[in-house]
Ligand binder design. Structure first.
Ligand code: SF4
Length: 339
């Protein structure tokens, strides 16, 4: 059966009645009492499937997290989100789209009395290729704005600029923090490490734009890959750009990398492809360890802390998270005595 979704051809499959994990998609998929799932391809390398999620916010009280998508198409060779512990039941690149995310978010925010920050982007990038078409992140930001909440968004993509109008409004009415990851100043290396997303130069332009608009930014300078991007030159160049673009804080986790099942195999395959002999060097140096600190971690960390201190930049993860999670009371509630 041929179907079109937004004028693009889609593949459809049939499941046993009521046993479909990937259920209810747009367009209509209940046909003759049987449930169909639909896979949509936007680019040759992209696949996705649609689900109706039961809830969208995680966490409680002070701040919430939200992941509209599951899986990611950016292809970072070190990606922790693809680790087996997250129990994906589909390939990591086959993006699970929570198509009812805006409705769920609206319902959940409507019932909350206390305004707080809502974070997104920790497990998959909210500005993947499919967002160009689906605009679910944008719809969720509109709801966040409408209900007076704040947003903390983490991405590597310049597609965030398509929502700059909304980010500005959220920042004016509550608070918005944009988090950009910068791992290497060398754009040739960037194309290898993070192949399907804009390069570092472009991400720095995103930071410039945030600075121009007064939207605070936090940079994630992580992971630092042993023997690859763990150089004084690299860290210095990134820090200089952070200073120039006025970032509020920088998050590092001790200048190294973590690897676990699922993530490790993918990373080692990429090392074999792009850095012959490197996998063997890793195995010799770290064995099967979860934490792989750079041999230069002490030196790099000292440089990082000293530079941040000298420039008034928050430099511990705790400080950065406190800043991102803290929701200012811009419009304090009226008391009975104000009447
Ligand atoms: S952008 Fe983040 S979630 Fe996506 S592949 Fe890269 S590290 Fe993984």
């Amino acid at each position: 059966m041929a179907l079109l979704h937004n004028n693009r051809p889609v593949r459809i499959g049939k499941t046993k009645k009521n046993s479909c994990k990937w259920q209810s998609t747009a367009p209509q998929c209940l046909m003759a009492g049987e449930l169909f799932w639909i896979k949509v391809k936007i680019r040759e390398s992209d696949e996705m499937h649609f689900v109706n999620a039961r809830g969208i916010l995680t966490g409680s009280g002070g701040h919430y997290g939200m992941n509209i998508y599951r899986g990611c198409s950016h292809g970072c060779i070190y990606c922790d989100s693809r680790s087996r512990c997250y129990r994906f039941t589909h390939p990591f690149e086959d993006i699970e789209v929570k198509q009812n995310a805006p409705e769920l978010l609206e319902k959940e925010l409507r019932s909350k009395r206390r305004k707080c920050m809502i974070g997104t982007g920790s497990m998959s990038d909210p500005y993947m290729h499919c967002e160009e078409e689906l605009r679910l992140t944008r719809k969720c930001l509109e709801i966040i704005l409408q209900y007076g909440f704040g947003a903390a968004i983490q991405t590597k993509s310049d597609r965030i600029l398509q929502d700059i109008d909304l980010l500005e409004k959220i920042n004016r009415s509550a608070k918005c923090v944009v988090q950009i990851t910068l791992t290497t100043y060398d754009d040739d290396l960037c194309r290898i490490l993070e192949p399907n997303v804009c390069n570092t130069k472009r991400r720095i332009e995103v930071l410039e734009e945030m600075q121009k608009r007064g939207i605070p930014a936090v940079v994630w300078i992580t992971p630092i890959l042993p023997f690859i991007n763990d150089t004084i030159d690299n860290i210095t160049s990134i820090l200089n750009e952070c200073i120039r673009t006025g970032v509020k804080g920088i998050i590092d986790f001790g200048m190294g990398l973590t690897l676990r099942e699922g993530d490790r195999e993918y990373y080692y395959a990429a090392l074999d492809k792009h850095f012959p002999g490197m996998k063997e060097r890793y195995i010799k140096h770290y064995g099967n360890a979860y934490e792989l600190p750079s041999p230069k971690a002490g030196e790099l960390e000292a440089l990082f802390q000293k530079t941040c201190r000298a420039n008034g930049i928050l430099s511990s993860p705790e400080e950065c998270f406190r800043f991102m999670n803290d929701m200012p009371e811009k419009f304090p509630q009226m008391s009975i005595f104000d009447l």
